[in-house]
Structures are given as structure tokens and as C-alpha cells.
Design a binder for this molecule. Structure first.
Ligand code: OOG
Ligand code: MG
Length: 262
């Protein structure tokens, strides 16, 4: 049992309009308790289709809830994915407006740029790494469209995994770099607010990338050369406020930063 096509369409409008207006909405499952996880991914795609109609372009994907820190913080214990568009990309050092968000939070991540297509099922972390052109220290700005930043697994999937913006630092190749246990920190206004290791990202960020390819295969889709994939927050996310300068540093890779307009 799941939702009718018209209900899927309505849910896509609700999350899309909540994002566009920065006005949080009640969880969709409160109104549609029969919604399935498959419905939620269909809603996610329908909401993305609305963005594409407005001229946004798909530039990649993101994994979420791949670390224990994030699962604990959100009370949701299964990895999920979302879509990233060109409009979500913030240039390194760029600024966001607090008013354009519901309740923004930042989290330190590692991002991959694919040099080759990656198609599941059955992609291993080793195969995933072979498709990578560059890695980046990254920050994700998540902004759940649900009231109080509270959701179930199904709700957060329908809401494109809380995706709002993402920032990439300088990229580098993988040669001479092991990414399984790099120190990752997040600073706000020069103070370290979170510290972790890249091993927190699904045991290994490459395992997250492989999982992204394998999850897409369930819908007959694949990752394409030129796309980016955010592997998931290594630590809990932290709320940001006007005037904050946020910076993530990943050992051996680099740093990414953004600013919240005062
Ligand atoms: C869901 C998205 C999680 C991550 O990196 O774990 C995510 C959320 O926490 O709102 O992006
Ligand atoms: Mg994230």
C-alpha cells in the first residue's frame, strides 16, 4: 500500500514550496501515514523535477545518515540519499542568508568528483574509488523543511535528505592519499566545534560512494562522470547563525568555508 500519483505530486509541491519560502511544514507522514520509503524517493524525484523545470541542473548526489554521530543526532538509523543541483552549490568562501533557510545546520564532509560513470548493483568500495577523479574537503548546509528539524526516515527522504547548499574546497587526486582515517574538524568563528575522522563516514567514505551507486541501481539509475557525490557528515551537524564563519578542514585534503550574512 502506498500513495496515489496525485498525492505524490501534492507532497512534492509541499516540500518544494517549503524550501522556496523557508517556511517549515508538518511531517508528511502525519497526514499520509501509509507513505512508503519507495513513495518518498518518488516524491523526492518529483520535487527535483520542479526545480529542473525552473532551470536548475543536476550536478550530483549526496549520501546522508552514513555516520553514527548523524544517526544518533537525528534518531534515524538508515543511510539515505538526495539530489544536488547547480543552484545548491555555494562557491568556496561564499555567503548564505539566514532568512533564506528554515533552520540551517552545517556538517563537515568529504566530496568526490567522478571521472567515470559508476553503475550498481554490486559496486565495491574499491571499484568506487577507481571511478573518482578528485576528492574535496566539503561542508554541507542542511535545512530540513520540517518543523523543529524533526523527521522520520520516510519524511527526510521525501524532503531530498534535507539538502540545502554545499561548498567544496580545493580538489586533489587520490594518488598518495588514503582517505580511510583522516582527521576532520569543523570550526565556527575560529573555534573547533566538532572533530571526527573520515572513518566515521560509513566506515570509509568510499563505502558511502559505492552505496550511492548501489542504491541508485534499485531505480535503474547510475552516477555519471562529472557528477559530485557528498559522502555524508562525519560529525553531528551544528546550527549556524548570522555572522558565523564556518570552516571544515580535512587532513591531507584541504578546507572549505562559508559565511552567514550578518
Ligand atoms: C538528514 C541529512 C543527513 C548527512 O550528511 O548525514 C546528511 C539530516 O540530518 O537532516 O546530510
Ligand atoms: Mg550531509
Amino acid at each position: 500500500m502506498g500513495l496515489e500519483a496525485a498525492e505524490v505530486g501534492l507532497c512534492a509541491v509541499l516540500v518544494d514550496e517549503a524550501a522556496a519560502s523557508s517556511r517549515p511544514i508538518p511531517m508528511l507522514t502525519a497526514r499520509w501515514p501509509e507513505m512508503t520509503l519507495s513513495d518518498a524517493y518518488t516524491i523526492q524525484r518529483a520535487s527535483m523535477a520542479r526545480r529542473f523545470e525552473r532551470g536548475e541542473r543536476l550536478v550530483g548526489m549526496k549520501m546522508g545518515l552514513t555516520s553514527v554521530a548523524k544517526m544518533r543526532q537525528m534518531g534515524v538509523h538508515d543511510p539515505i540519499y538526495g539530489h544536488l543541483t547547480d543552484a545548491m552549490r555555494l562557491e568556496e568562501g561564499g555567503s548564505i542568508s539566514r532568512a533564506a533557510h528554515c533552520h540551517p545546520r552545517a556538517e563537515p564532509e568529504i566530496c568526490f568528483l567522478l571521472a567515470r560513470d559508476l553503475e550498481g548493483p554490486g559496486v565495491t568500495p574499491e571499484q568506487a574509488l577507481e571511478a573518482v577523479g578528485e576528492v574535496f574537503a566539503a561542508l554541507e548546509i542542511i535545512d530540513s523543511r520540517y518543523e523543529d528539524f524533526k523527521f522520520t526516515l520516510i519524511d527526510v527522504v521525501a524532503d531530498n535528505a534535507s539538502s540545502s547548499r554545499f561548498v567544496l574546497g580545493q580538489g586533489r587526486g587520490l594518488s598518495g592519499l588514503e582517505i580511510d582515517d583522516l582527521v576532520m574538524t569543523m570550526e565556527i568563528n575560529g573555534e573547533v566545534v566538532e572533530r571526527g575522522s573520515s572513518s566515521a563516514i560509513y566506515d570509509h567514505p568510499a563505502r558511502s560512494l559505492a552505496a550511492q551507486a548501489n542504491m541508485l541501481a534499485e531505480r535503474g539509475e547510475r552516477l555519471l562522470a562529472g557528477q559530485v557525490v557528498m559522502s555524508g557528515g562525519a560529525t553531528a551537524a551544528v546550527a549556524v547563525k548570522p555572522g558565523d564563519r564556518v570552516r571544515a578542514v580535512v587532513e591531507g585534503i584541504g578546507a572549505a568555508s562559508f559565511f552567514v550574512e550578518p
